[in-house]
Design a protein around this ligand. Structure first.
Ligand code: F6R
Length: 368
């Protein structure tokens, strides 16, 4: 049943190219128009949306944080991401023109369900992104986009995360189409880029041995940090979460730009720090991230740098270099997270932990 893998988690990591492809399948027509068949909100209702609030927990919330960058960029609709467990307790300002997007793999997470119920009581429209047909959250929502990742058995979410990001992107492109902030051919171009992702993810899987060796090398570490910028920031958070929950060590994700506002004080000789480097672009984020790597390395950090093919600037500062296929900035999280998932599962395995059933955790958290 584990398909030859030692753990369900490894099997599910390996299924990610398929999870992405299946989540895209049948969602866009040849003329570039998107069809989201579980969309029970009319185009005119969607045109009225002037604010988006994503509510979710854990890994699903990090998928939301990634999606925020794409949603705002493509649709120009302000988007906030809020932990479902915080959302309804802060008296949020929502009304009929607010679209609340819940993200949940299981569709049963109590915190997320309560946020959905609260949002509907406040007359917001609720669209849920979910991997489980017929589960409670989609049943209580105005509209649903199902991720087609297939069942996730390992407690730690992996393929669910990639599929959630893809579903959010489909939603963003649909909104962009309805709102007229992107034209058909631009949308088709972005879809064509997303269609390259399964092959790019496959390459990260094929390169998995590098992560296995690294996990064995770093197995004595009691603390590991993760840095990212822009859409790579939530990838850093997710890399740290995977390691906490599976390896039971201290792991933290930071925005690289925040280093000098505090976290750099943590850097000491030999501390492993993963850094996700954004693709080169007009925004200088790649250059700024490279200087962050220089700063932490000068203070003794052992740097594990994830950077795209052809980025030679990082080479002098990387103790370990993980190459990423060249993809557009907003799609980089879909490839960059894969080695971090492999690293966390291998690290836990080296320590002799149960990779599929980490201590103290449940697959779906049906209590608040
Ligand atoms: C982390 C993990 C959890 C879940 C969270 C939400 O690996 O699995 O953080 O992402 O409990 O679960 P769902 O998506 O089922 O609502």
């Amino acid at each position: 049943e584990k398909g030859g893998y030692d753990w369900f988690m490894l099997k599910e990591i390996a299924e990610q190219p398929q999870a992405v492809a299946d989540t895209l399948l049948g969602r866009h027509s040849a003329d570039g128009r998107l069809q989201l068949d579980e969309m029970r909100l009319s185009d005119s209702e969607l045109r009225d949306v002037d604010r988006i609030i994503i509510v979710a927990c854990g890994t699903a919330a990090y998928a939301g944080l990634v999606a925020k960058y794409a949603i705002e960029h493509w649709t120009r609709i302000p988007c906030e991401v809020e932990l479902a467990s915080e959302f309804r307790y802060r008296d949020p300002i929502i009304d009929r023109s607010t679209l609340v997007v819940s993200i949940s793999q299981s569709g049963e997470t109590m915190d997320t369900l309560m946020a959905v119920r609260y949002a509907r009581q406040q007359k917001a429209r609720v669209l849920s992104i979910c991997n489980t047909n017929g589960s409670t959250i989609p049943r209580e929502s105005d509209a649903v986009i199902y991720t087609h990742a297939g069942p996730e058995i390992a407690v730690a979410s992996t393929k669910g995360f990639l599929a959630q990001i893809v579903a959010c992107y489909l939603l963003a492109l649909y909104l962009a189409q309805v709102k007229g902030t992107k034209y058909g051919d631009e949308i088709s171009d972005i879809i064509a880029d997303i269609q390259q992702i399964p092959a790019a993810v496959q390459r990260m899987l094929d390169d998995g041995d590098q992560m296995r060796k690294l996990a064995a090398d770093l197995a004595g570490s009691r603390s590991i940090l993760f840095l990212g910028r822009h859409a790579g920031y939530p990838v850093a958070l997710e890399g740290a979460l995977k390691l906490k929950e599976l390896a039971y060590i201290h792991a933290e994700g930071f925005a690289a730009g925040e280093l000098k506002h505090g976290p750099i004080a943590l850097i000491e000789e030999g501390l492993p720090v993963f850094v996700v480097v954004p693709p080169k672009g007009r925004d200088q984020l790649q250059e700024k991230t490279v200087s962050s790597i220089q700063e932490i390395r000068a203070r003794g950090a052992r740097t594990i740098v994830l950077a795209e093919d052809g980025d030679e600037d990082v080479v002098p500062y990387a103790d370990h270099l993980v190459r990423l296929p060249k993809v557009p900035t907003l799609l980089q999280p879909l490839v960059a997270v894969v080695p971090l998932q492999i690293f966390a599962s291998e690290f836990a395995s080296v320590l002799g932990h149960d990779v599929d059933q980490p201590r103290n955790l449940a697959k779906s958290v049906t209590v608040e």
